[in-house]
Design a protein around this ligand. Structure first.
Ligand SMILES: [Zn+2]
Ligand SMILES: [Zn+2]
Length: 258
């Protein structure tokens, strides 16, 4: 299994220290056909990409693409903001990006105080290893994932169930219905093997496998994901950014139809 494109990486435009140039240089050395810079989004309160920096972000990506001769997608990792499914990007932002990712992160501009509190409860509960998978919190965070996918042309959900509680099967079913990819992260294990097995066998969800690299050293590093993929026996034909394949991106299709 060979990675075609690492579609989840960060730079100093959000919470990493490295430059776009350094990430591009490493991706080229690794022989990737393409990769995406997907810094944390506008609704990240502390370390997200700022709107005033967007032009420079895009320009640096275009310059690195030319310098290293590697395709670089202009991406963003936005946030799941609450139960109503408000997107981090507005429709007027879509033309500015090639790739729209979304995931749960604390310190986001949540829809309401209740959603903000849910975010922290999920974060704290997860890190204290509490099992909150079957209560009201999980039902509400599941609803937040599902409404976000239904109402926004999100290309991929990042690290589902990491530092939050949700029903991964329901979320993955919704992803399959709407053409949103489910990530298998190379940075952190976010599904149990049983959860991933259920997603594979009970849904038609398709996957992307990425590094979530916050440094050039980790660019293209999907070893952790590969171990789980092999343990669970995920058919490689369900993963759309390996072995020469590139994904069909939902936001791009949405923009064509508009
Ligand atoms: Zn993330
Ligand atoms: Zn990330």
């Amino acid at each position: 299994m060979k990675l075609t494109a690492d579609l989840h990486t960060h730079t100093k435009y959000s919470d990493a220290h490295c430059t776009v140039d350094a990430q591009a240089k490493r991706a080229k050395e690794l022989g990737l056909e393409a990769f995406a810079i997907t810094d944390h989004g506008y609704t990240q309160l502390v370390c997200g990409l700022r709107r005033r920096e967007k032009a420079r972000y895009t320009r640096e990506i275009a310059e690195a693409e030319k310098k290293y001769g590697i395709r670089i997608l202009v991406g963003i990792e936005e946030n799941i903001l609450g139960r109503e499914g408000t997107g981090g990007l507005s429709p007027s932002d879509y033309d500015e990006f090639d790739l729209y990712l979304a995931g749960f992160h604390v310190m986001s501009a949540h829809e309401s105080w209740h959603d903000w509190w849910n975010g922290w409860r999920g974060y704290l509960g997860y890190n204290m290893r509490l099992d909150l998978r079957h209560g009201r919190l999980a039902a509400e965070q599941t609803r937040a994932y599902i409404n976000t996918v239904e109402k926004n042309p999100v290309d991929m959900l990042t690290h589902i169930c990491f530092q939050c509680f949700a029903d991964p099967l329901e979320v993955a079913k919704c992803c399959a219905d709407y053409g949103t990819y489910v990530e298998i992260s190379g940075k952190k294990t976010h599904f149990t093997d049983d959860e991933l097995d259920a997603i594979v066998h009970k849904t038609a969800a398709r996957f992307l496998v990425n590094s979530d690299a916050h440094s050039p050293k980790r660019m293209g590093d999907i070893a952790l994901a590969v171990e789980q993929i092999e343990r669970v026996g995920v058919p490689l034909s369900r993963i759309d950014n390996i072995d020469g394949r590139m994904p069909v991106l939902r936001m791009e299709e949405y923009k064509k139809r508009r």
